[in-house]
Write a protein that binds this ligand. Structure first.
Ligand code: C2O
Length: 586
């Protein structure tokens, strides 16, 4: 048995990287901005690993902002210290300081990504995290000839941190972006951009795996490739039953892997993305980003250069096409039966949505929201306030009182017609840093109910440290009596981010567990013996705190978030690791 462990160990690799966070001049839309990047790259470097590998990433902050990094979708089993959300699992890395993220990929393959988790820095600080199957293992579909990561982003013709600062001051909605980007480039339909439009050369007849990531800050997107069908094979690093579509909808935080075959007349075809926008009476960026799929042996007119016809644009759905968006998401299934908890220990019902804070002086420059108010957002009427003096995890471990409470309500404090005409008295939530305690191993059902307060909207809800089964969704108010019976408990998709249908609900299930792996256990024994003091503390009092939030950063900033405090089980395998020695202090 030990020999078995050792062989596995020798195949898994440890990848060491240095991520230097630094400002770098980046020119887009005719203007140059001092842009926060990793290693001067925008988008940031792509991480490529195999399932089972370990990543050791030293983040060196040479920028002028506090920052943290988050490895979106990595389960971080018993290791919240490497998760990254600022003031949740760690204090920010101050300018001039560094912190090393160490984590192992355990039983995950597909496409994930990484991004800054401080204020709006992720607008430019992000990159792909590609997880290949273990050595000797393959994809559950024919090997594609080529793989292309497609990072969809959002660009402001300003410093995004200033856009956030302004919105935080005025209380109004932040300015919308000026462009969407594909791998950092807006494409042919924007000023001063067509020279840099991203081109993907492909061979006629070959099959390509597109690893599509929505790294935009605030916008769900439709994506399509002219004249080519897309076969969806995986989302959020979990395989799906393959199905074919002409367009996908992807929300911030989500990833979608699709196969595409270059089986059309050799030539040039646009891939394009534009907004799927569900908020009413709200401004949004209605521009379209493009890149070009370019067959390598295009006909002679392509060789003549200038005379080659412009590529064809794909037809994208209307901005408000909720039918297409919902039909797409509802088609996703796991490849085979998955283990979904059926006996539920924790039945949670979370209303999610926006709100407005009334001002005593509606003419104040700080109350520029609708009718002299300030925008806010909440879950179950609690608007999540990040602590400022310490991170939640560190406050917990240091036994520091007064940073958070554990009385987050499992259901809304008041029942009302969530998607109907909500009385004005219910529009203003209460700020708080409230956590919800989960016992180790508890089986959780969580229904997200969108509200019509201010506007109904698709809120892409992201849970750190877990993936969950999406067992049902629908429009209107969730009705436990009739809707539960229709849940898919056989082959629901596994995800880390799922949107509420606008004016609707989505139900997820997960087990609040962290199964260990035996090899790690042996190493940990050795580690524990040499670190006895933090061990004793974490063994008895250990816990993991995992952020749940809307992945639209404007909403996160308004408080559309909460955190779970998952208590330790019995013994090391069910307990979190001691904090690393270089963990930043507040
Ligand atoms: Cu993609 Cu809390 O993050």
């Amino acid at each position: 048995m030990l020999l078995g462990f050792l062989t596995t160990a020798s195949q898994a690799e440890t990848h060491y990287h240095e991520f230097v966070i630094q400002a770098k001049p980046v020119k887009r839309l005719c203007r140059t901005h001092d842009t926060i990047t990793v290693n001067g790259q925008f988008p940031g470097p792509t991480l490529e690993v195999r399932d089972g590998d370990t990543l050791v990433i030293k983040a060196i902050n040479n920028a002028r902002y506090n920052i943290t990094l988050h490895w979106h979708g990595v389960r971080q089993l018993r290791n919240p210290w490497a998760d990254g959300p600022e003031y949740v699992t760690q204090c920010p890395i101050l300018p001039g300081r560094s912190y090393t993220y160490r984590f192992t990929i355990q039983n995950q393959e597909g496409t994930l990504w990484w991004h800054a988790h401080s204020k709006w820095l992720r607008a430019t600080v992000y990159g792909a995290l590609i997880i290949y199957p273990k050595l000797g293992s393959t994809y559950p579909f024919p090997m594609p000839k080529r793989e292309i990561p497609i990072l969809l982003g959002e660009w402001w013709d300003r410093n995004p941190m200033d856009v956030l600062k302004q919105a935080t001051f005025t209380g109004a909605a932040p300015n919308v972006s000026d462009a969407y980007t594909i791998n950092g480039q807006p494409g042919d339909l924007y000023r001063c951009s067509s020279k840099e439009t991203v081109r993907f050369p492909v061979d006629s007849g070959e099959t390509i795996l597109l690893r599509i990531i929505n790294s935009a800050l605030n916008q769900e997107l439709f994506f399509a490739v002219a004249d080519h069908r897309l076969t969806v094979v995986s989302v959020d690093a979990a395989y799906t039953k393959p199905f074919t579509t002409s367009v996908i909808m992807i929300a911030p935080g989500q990833t979608t892997n699709v196969l595409i075959t270059a089986d059309q007349t050799p030539g040039r075809y646009y891939m394009a993305a534009h907004a799927y926008n569900t908020a009413q009476n709200a401004a949004f960026d209605n521009t379209t980003t493009t890149a070009i799929l370019e067959y390598k042996y295009a006909p002679c007119n392509a060789k003549k250069g200038k005379s080659s016809p412009p590529p064809i644009l794909p037809q994208l759905p209307a901005y408000n096409d909720t039918n297409t968006a919902t039909a797409f998401t509802a088609q996703l299934r796991s490849p085979s039966q998955v283990k979904v908890p059926t006996q539920i220990d924790e039945n949670l019902f979370f209303t999610v949505g926006l709100g407005l804070i009334n001002c005593t002086n509606p003419n104040s420059p700080r109350c520029q929201g609708p009718n002299g108010t300030r925008f806010t957002a909440s879950i179950n009427n609690v608007s999540f306030a990040l602590p400022r003096r310490n991170s939640l995890m560190q406050a917990y471990y240091q036994g520091q009182p007064g940073i958070f409470t554990t009385d987050f309500p499992p259901v809304p404090p008041l029942q009302f017609d969530y998607t109907g005409n909500v009385s004005r008295g219910l529009w203003q939530p209460v700020p708080g840093t409230k956590l919800y305690k989960l016992k180790y191993g508890s089986k959780v059902q969580l229904v997200f109910q969108d509200t019509s307060i201010v506007t109904t909207e698709d809120h892409p809800m992201h849970l750190h440290g877990y993936h969950f089964a999406v067992v049902g969704m629908g429009f209107g108010n969730f009705n436990a009596a009739t809707d539960t019976a229709k849940f898919n408990l056989i082959d629901p998709p596994l995800r880390n981010t799922i949107g509420t249908p606008p004016g609707g609900w989505v139900a997820i299930r997960f087990v609040a567990d962290n199964p260990g792996n035996p090899l790690k256990f042996i190493f940990q024994q050795i580690f524990y013996i040499t670190n006895a003091v933090p061990l004793i503390h974490s063994l008895w009092y250990g816990t993991g705190i995992w952020l749940l939030h809307c992945h639209l950063d404007s909403h996160l900033n308004w408080g559309l978030a909460m955190s779970f405090l998952v208590e330790n089980g019995v013994g090391q395998l069910q307990s979190i690791q001691p904090p690393p020695l270089d963990l930043p202090q507040c």
